[in-house]
Design a binder for this molecule. Structure first.
Ligand code: NDP
Ligand code: 2IT
Length: 449
């Protein structure tokens, strides 16, 4: 069943499969980490004796709840809400909420599991968690989104707290939703507890750079990878999938660093714009009008829209998949490599399939896993918590400098750990091993819990 998983972790993986049937994305995320950990278990027998890996694979708490709400016509809808509090060894559970019709327990668990190691890599005091709902905000009015968020928080609030569990945004959850969620939390608890959610509005406890952080951070990470190879973004063609929060600010920073983003997408198709994506227009279409990427092509002479299809067919030097899990498969990876792509940097969580990662490695394409490359978002959430706790407010420049330092540090740590464990250049192994050891040490210090 577990195929070529190394023998040392074989039994652990089989047990994860047995205990979590049908949760394919969770299996995929666990397997990828376990494949990196065999070398660690060889050096640390205490992790085997104390079943440290097994404990980390089991969430500390999983909450599933009903979310009833009424649409503008009075029709009643029942959605399902989730919060998986995966690991609190390093700090309060921290991780986003995703509102998307595809959300199920397996997806929330894969995201929560990844979040544990990502948060460790940031060096900030945050544990790992994730949540969300199968609610689809697309096409819903503000009033409907508000009613949904209020119902969702009416159940979730009892599990949250600035020292307990601190959600933020993810797919389908941005500043609007965080506002409604915060309002309902405040109303129920009668506490203005700023640090209970991150990604808040700038006028009421939010932090500068949080909006930009994930995309900017991914671009900084890519720059660090290029630096090691004596290269830079200068003159590079970049393809960024998605056109949401991560994609838009990834493109912005790519442009500032000297690259040109020539394509982006949404779930209906992709646009190619050889003149370079016009960011003002993209923000107008996606952020202000909440429109579709095809609207961008209609208003931009140099752009064309391709319905459906694969954005990875567009030749580029750098690919930054920033939409969703498993959006870049083995065939797409082969096409990218054949077209001369040299860097693939995950802006999204687990966008490249295992087959894609293998194909990229074999083709000599430098690859960065999401848990390292997209950690800038949650790292800046931790900076927001820090500002809330001290009732302080930092400038954009100061916060961006912190973010850039954090991303460089994560890259250095992954790079050096990969060398130390005998796999130079393998940032997947570097990220998994560095993140795991940090969590495992804290788990040990806290005793058998
Ligand atoms: P948004 O909701 O802002 O944007 C998501 C984008 O991805 C949209 O363009 C959306 O298109 C597209 N997309 C979503 N689901 C699918 C799908 N099933 N198939 C095709 N396209 C899809 O989300 P974010 O930008 O915040 O998140 C993008 C990725 O980055 C996710 O993997 C998320 O987990 C990850 N991430 C986000 C962080 C953050 O701070 N926001 C931090 C770290 C990682 P459409 O509108 O058509 O659905
Ligand atoms: O996947 C992620 O890291 C996020 N969605 C951000 C989490 C956070 O708490 O800022």
């Amino acid at each position: 069943m577990s195929g070529d998983v190394p023998a040392t972790v074989h039994a652990i993986y089989d047990e994860v499969l047995r205990r979590n049937p049908g949760e394919t994305e969770f299996h995929q995320a666990v397997r990828e980490v376990l494949e990196s950990l065999a070398v660690v278990l060889d050096r640390h027998s205490e992790y085997t004796e104390m079943k440290t890996v097994e404990r980390i694979c089991e969430p500390e708490r999983q909450v599933i709840f009903r979310v009833p709400w009424q649409d503008d016509r009075g029709e009643v809808w029942i959605n399902r809400g989730f919060r998986v509090e995966f690991n609190s060894a390093l700090g309060p559970y921290k991780g986003g909420l995703r509102f998307h019709p595809s959300v199920n327990l397996g997806i929330v668990k894969f995201l929560g599991f990844e979040q544990i190691f990502k948060n460790a890599l940031t060096g900030m005091p945050i544990g790992g968690g994730k949540g969300g709902s199968d609610f689809d905000p697309k096409g819903r009015s503000d009033a409907e989104v508000m009613r949904f968020c209020q119902s969702f928080m009416t159940e979730l609030y009892r599990h949250l707290g600035e020292y307990t569990d601190v959600p933020a945004g993810d797919i389908g959850v941005g500043a609007r939703e965080i506002g409604y969620l915060f309002g309902q939390y405040k109303r129920i608890t009668n506490r203005y507890e700023s640090g209970v959610l991150t990604g808040k509005g700038l006028g009421w406890g939010g932090a500068l750079v949080r909006t930009e952080a994930t995309g900017y951070g991914a671009a900084f990470f890519a720059e660090a990878m290029m630096d090691v190879r004596g290269e830079s973004f200068d003159g590079k063609r970049v393809v960024v999938s998605g056109s949401g929060n991560v994609a838009v600010y990834g493109i912005e920073k790519v442009h500032q660093l000297g690259g040109t983003a020539v394509a982006c997408s949404d779930s209906s198709g992709y646009v190619v714009d050889d003149a370079g994506i016009d960011l003002d227009l993209l923000k107008q279409v996606k952020e202000v009008e909440r429109g579709r990427i095809s609207d961008y092509a209609e208003r931009r002479g140099s752009a064309s829209f391709v319905a459906g299809g694969s954005i990875w067919d567009v030749p580029c030097d750098v690919a930054i998949p920033s939409a969703t899990q498993n959006e870049l498969d083995g065939d797409a990876a082969a096409v990218l490599a054949r077209n001369g792509c040299r860097y693939v940097v995950e802006g999204a969580n687990m966008p490249a399939t295992p087959t894609a990662v293998k194909a990229l490695r074999e083709a000599g394409v430098a690859f960065a896993p999401g848990k390292a490359a997209n950690a800038g978002g949650v790292a800046t959430s931790a900076l927001e918590m820090q500002q809330n706790a001290s009732r302080d407010r930092w400038t954009f420049e100061h916060s961006e400098t912190r973010l850039a330092e954090i991303m460089r540090d994560i890259h250095t740590r992954c790079h050096e750990t990969a060398e130390e464990y005998g796999s130079p250049g393998d940032l997947v192994l570097g990220a998994n091993v560095a993140g795991f050891i940090q969590v495992a040490e804290a788990v040990h210090a806290h005793g058998l819990i």
